[in-house]
Design a protein. Structure first.
Length: 141
């Protein structure tokens, strides 16, 4: 038997969360915020979305969930009490401002006075999913 003293078991939960805020514009217009981005906003339950057409910059500001045009966060990943990803459905926003959503792109977000700014002129990084499509087993023996 191999001597495994000194080794650690990697459990996927050991991956450190990024300390820099990032926002991913996903296919079909979902906006995905990492934990650092959500924290930079003050950990709100909802946000409002603003857009500077000339500069091609999205601004995200935390608001109460009672604001009529607010986008409420959904929590994903991590533990229920401590999610690692926060999602808002912004399809109408991305469609209205012709923001491309044909591929998912992660971009750094900068915080100014509690507002996150996402510069669409930044190329960002194309993000591909970690899920493989299922093959149908119907009709296979």
């Amino acid at each position: 038997m191999a001597d495994l003293s000194g080794f650690e078991t990697f459990t996927k939960r050991m991956v450190p969360l990024g300390k820099s805020p990032y926002v991913t514009i996903q296919k079909r217009g979902l906006l995905s915020f990492n934990k650092a981005a959500h924290a930079a906003l003050g950990e709100p339950e909802a946000v409002e979305l603003l857009f500077n057409r000339a500069e091609r910059i999205i601004a995200v500001r935390g608001v109460g969930d009672d604001v009529p045009h607010a986008y409420k966060f959904r929590h994903l990943g991590g533990h229920k009490e401590d999610p690692s990803t926060f999602i808002v459905g912004a399809t109408a926003f991305t469609n209205h401002y012709d923001i491309p959503t044909d591929v998912s792109i992660r971009r750094p977000a900068t915080e100014q006075d509690g507002v996150l700014l996402i510069d669409l002129k930044d190329e960002g990084v194309v993000v591909t999913g970690n899920r493989k499509p299922r093959r149908s087993t119907l009709g296979e023996d």
